[in-house]
Design a binder for this molecule. Structure first.
Ligand code: KIV
Ligand code: ZN
Length: 400
């Protein structure tokens, strides 16, 4: 596949989509703390909140806009309602790159059952509110138009494209394709993204905003980038409505693994994940890609053998990504269970400074396997060393 021409733009929605779904939404100081972490990560854009939702959200948008580094896009979300657009603009206009974000659904189901408007009325509303935003922004900043439930526009894609072209003509610099509820395969969504990209004028940025209802949001976002969407809307720890938004860390690392230059400070990822976990009370699952505690462990014989033989190579047999890049300090870990092999015994004891030979490691493995089976699980390095010292070193001596 051809490499995309445009660099990815990371537009973070943690402070809005993520925050609105928390059991205990963040206060001003907490939002600022997360914002500072986003600055450290070097994201290109931050959705600071929904200024018209509450006085606190308004203040948060204003504070974040006032502290944003030059050039960082700061947005506030609004529905296609003039009062909300005014509030957004009021809150974020002090940023050097303020953005008014307007959301309106374009899918047949939503237009009929939620908006209760005909498509022509929706189109008119979209253009009218984008033009209104343009009129109050005095030539500054940018406008983003989000098609809520774009993923459901599978049955009226021609209408959706017509509406997106119309809002671009009215002044929206970014059209965001939201997979508000993930219902279909990434390939289906990505084909729709491709159609929008080829229909839009070149100066318009196409964004994707994917939710993770079926667990495929990262795949959708990564593939949408390869289909020409350059603004990627992601969230720290995958926070967001229901099962969350596209996870920033997974997206960044997947793109990087595919040879894309990703404009983020990767080394701040791991500390950010832990900070956000503490600040939300949402634990990081131990199998979470990249950041989970246990993802560095190898327990089966075949994997231990491969990991051991390739540990000093740039590409590891069972290592998808160099975790040191995201700020993790631990290397691949070999753990001994009943599933483990001789390479594990060799690696574990050698790491403890015990000069065991490969032959002795092979002899020791069935003994440890039995002990592990009987004791019901993983043996610690110390237990393995003790067993070696107490029993096996004598047996080893008698072999020689
Ligand atoms: O999921 C969604 O549709 C949104 C929009 C505001 C982009 O969050
Ligand atoms: Zn969303």
């Amino acid at each position: 596949m051809k490499q995309p021409v445009k660099k990815p733009i990371f537009y973070d929605v943690t402070l809005r989509d993520g925050n609105q779904a928390l059991r205990c939404p963040w206060n001003l100081n907490e939002k600022l703390l997360v914002f500072n972490q986003l600055v450290k990560l070097g994201v290109q854009g931050v959705e600071a909140g929904f200024a018209s939702a509450s006085q606190m959200d308004f203040e948060a948008c204003r504070l974040i806009a006032s502290q944003a580094p030059p050039g960082m896009i700061i947005s506030s979300l609004s529905r296609a309602v003039e009062f909300e657009i005014e509030k957004s603009w009021e809150a974020i206009q002090c940023a050097s790159a303020p953005r008014v974000h307007i959301v309106l659904a374009l899918s047949p189901f939503t237009m009929e059952h939620m908006l209760r408007l005909k498509p022509a009325q929706v189109l008119e509303k979209a253009v009218k509110t984008v033009s209104f935003a343009r009129s109050i922004m005095g030539g500054r900043g940018s406008i983003q138009f989000s098609a809520e439930h774009f993923g459901d526009c599978i049955d009226n894609l021609d209408f959706a494209i017509e509406a997106l072209k119309a809002v671009a003509d009215a002044g929206a610099a970014v059209v965001n394709l939201a997979n508000t509820v993930e219902r279909y395969r990434p390939a289906v969504f990505v084909r729709m993204v491709e159609k929008v990209v080829s229909a839009m004028p070149g100066h318009v940025t196409v964004a994707v905003h994917a939710h993770n209802d079926l667990g495929m949001a990262t795949a959708t976002t990564v593939e949408s980038y390869f289909a020409g969407a350059s603004q990627l809307e992601t969230a720290l720890n995958g926070l967001g409505e229901r099962s969350g938004n596209t996870n920033m860390y997974e997206t960044a690392c997947a793109l990087s693994a595919c040879g894309i230059e990703v404009p983020l400070n990767f080394d701040a990822i791991f500390e950010t994940a832990h900070l956000v976990s503490r600040m939300t009370g949402i634990a990081i699952p131990e199998k979470a890609p990249l950041i989970g505690e246990d993802i560095v462990s190898h327990r089966s014989g075949m994997h231990q053998d491969g990991a051991s033989k390739t540990k000093n190579l740039e590409k590891g047999a069972y290592r998808a990504f160099d975790l040191q890049k995201i700020g993790r300090t631990e290397r691949e870990q070999i753990r001994f269970t009943s599933q483990s092999g001789k390479a594990a015994v060799y690696e574990i004891l050698r790491q403890m400074g015990i000069e065991i030979s490969r032959q002795d490691a092979a002899r020791m493995q069935p003994i440890l396997k039995k002990i592990s089976e009987m004791s019901g699980g993983e043996l610690t390095c110390e237990e393995i060393a003790d067993i070696y010292r107490c029993e096996f070193s004598q047996t080893a001596a008698s072999f020689s």
